[in-house]
Structure formats: C-alpha cells, structure tokens
Write a protein of this length. Structure first.
Ligand code: G1P
Length: 312
C-alpha cells in the first residue's frame, strides 16, 4: 500500500509557493522587485495566490524566496503604523483593503540559495511538509478571474479518495506552445471526464515530441514521497532540477499520478511574460467591481481613437 493511503483528512493544510525565480522575462519591471509583487488590477499577484489557497482550506504557506523578495514578506506582515494612520483618519474603505492581512493563514519563508530549478525549490520545503501531503502553487499563476478557483479542493478530494501520490492541474494549450510547459501523457478511465491517469510527463517538449496538448497548470498536490524523487533525479541540460522529472520518476515506479483539467471558464493567468501580464491586467481591471465600468469606457474610447488614426 502506498504511503498516501494512510491520510484520512480530506483537507490539505500546507502549501509551498515557489517565488524564487529572477523574472528575467519581465525586466526591467522585475529588476529590484519580485514579479509576484507586480499588481494585477488592485492587488499584487501573490495576494491572489494566497487568497485562493486560503479559500481552499490551506492554513500555512511556505514561500520559497530568493534575493530581492523581501517585499513579499512585508506585504503579508501587518503594518501597525499604517493601521494607526488610516484609523485616525477614519479611512474605513482603505482599512478594508488591508483585511487580507487577517486571512487564517500562517506564512513562513525560506530561501533557495541557488537557482537550481523548480524541483530544487520544492525540496527546500521538505521539513515544512513533514509527513503530510501538501499543495505546490506557482506564485506567478492566478487560477480563475479574481482567483475564485476551487480546483485545489477538488484535487485534494481526488488525492485522498483515489489514493494518489500526486494530483496535477492541467489545461489544454495550442500544440505549437508545448515548449513552454510540462506536458502530460494521460489516459482516460478515471471515472470523471476531466480526470486522467498520468502515464508519462515531459518538461517543455517541442510540438513534434509532445505526447498531448495537456499542460501542467501551476497547481500540484504531492505526497511527501516526491522529496525522495527530487533527490534522486539528475539535473537537466541547463543544470536545473525539474519537478516534472521527479513526477515522471514517481510514475515509472508505479505510483498513481492523476491529472485534473481546470473547469471550463476557469482560466489560468500566467504572469511570466509581458503579453500575458498585459492581458491579465486588462481582464481583471475590466472585472473590477468599482472601477471596471469606467475603465471599459476609457478603453473603448482609446481603441476607437487608435482605429480612427490608423484609418487616416
Ligand atoms: C513551470 C513548470 C511547467 C509548468 C509551468 C506552468 O515552468 O516547470 O511544467 O507547465 O510552470 O505552470 P516555468 O513557467 O516556471 O518555466
């Protein structure tokens, strides 16, 4: 019987959130601040991630940080001076904006000393996870508009009920884009139409080598077995220890790995490059309950002006 079969809780309380990457694709914006702190509409990206995890039952988050990431820690810490100023000025609406500080989540931080890949970053959370299953949520991906996603809870249910060693969220991507993602080779037959048994995984394959167009979508649930696998795999050609390779080793050892497709309408917003960052910002700003309608009007006016100028 696999180690995962001993878990009886249907809620997974711990999450590891890797935020150590340099964010080079977003330079110069990320020269001295983490990409995870860039705002999408009114909040920094990492706040959406923490709120999503809290809404899915997570009660402690370990951020795997690196150099230049201290603003993440500051963001989740309370600031008594700011509170005092806002209270004395009776700025209730602004005080409401700080309510995320009261999320029922304990935050912990550790540093990945050298950038040796996502697998190595996750390995930094071994003591934190202990003997319990845990979530890995990539700090540069938001699930669902305004992070309303309940996918992590669904994945946790499947992890326990199907006695899996790993559950991965996946999304369909255009086949010509497989080189940006971990791609899974999956078979049906896991009962639900959105759930697959994973047979193999390849990190960033060329389209002609990709076994499917199902891409790993930035959320995972693992049994602590993954740490052994990470320790045993060899680094890739760039010297990075890939999490995808460690999951493949689990697969090869016969462990049950499941993939769950994100529900229709639940987009994954990837903030790792400028085109998708711009698009995400605009989509979230348009959906803002206070400023969305006004922003739509300005955007429409701007687009009309540009179209008119282009036609001149
Ligand atoms: C990472 C993972 C990859 C996954 C992607 C998006 O790649 O290694 O398997 O598909 O996130 O969740 P990165 O975007 O960090 O290069």
């Amino acid at each position: 019987m696999g180690k995962s079969s001993v878990y009886n809780s249907d809620v997974i309380r711990s999450a590891i959130v890797p935020v150590a990457g340099y964010g080079t694709r977003l330079l110069p914006a990320t020269k001295s601040q983490p990409k995870e702190m860039l705002p999408v509409a009114r909040k920094p990206i990492v706040q959406y991630v923490a709120e999503e995890l809290a809404a899915n039952g997570v009660r402690q988050i370990l951020f795997i940080t690196g150099r230049n990431k201290s603003s993440i820690e500051n963001h989740f810490d309370s600031d008594p001076e700011l509170l005092r100023i806002l209270k004395s000025a009776n700025k209730r609406d602004l005080l409401q904006e700080l309510e995320f500080e009261d999320l029922e989540v304990k935050y912990l931080y550790t540093r990945q000393r050298q950038q040796m890949g996502l697998g190595d970053a996750v390995l930094c959370g071994e003591n934190f996870a202990g003997e319990e299953p845990f979530v890995v949520a990539l700090g540069d991906s938001i699930l669902g508009l305004h992070a309303q996603s309940r996918s992590v809870s669904r994945m946790a249910d499947l992890f326990v009920s199907r006695r899996a060693s790993c559950v991965i969220a996946v999304e369909e991507v255009p086949i010509e884009e497989t080189r940006h993602y971990g791609i899974v080779h999956a078979s049906d037959g896991e009962g639900d139409s959105d759930t697959y048994r994973v047979l193999n995984l390849i990190e960033k394959p060329r389209p002609e080598e990709a076994p499917s167009n199902l891409a790993i979508a930035g959320r995972y649930i693992f049994s602590p077995l993954i740490f052994d696998m990470i320790r045993r795999i060899t680094p890739d050609a760039r010297g990075e220890i890939q999490l995808t390779d460690a999951i493949r080793m689990m697969c090869e050892e016969g462990k049950r790995i499941l993939a769950v497709k994100l529900p229709p309408g639940e987009k994954r917003y990837d903030i790792g490059n400028f085109p998708s960052y711009f698009e995400t910002f605009v989509e979230f700003a348009l959906a803002d309950p206070v400023y969305g309608a006004g922003f739509r009007t300005s955007l429409e006016r701007l687009l009309e002006d540009k179209t008119r100028q282009a036609l001149k």
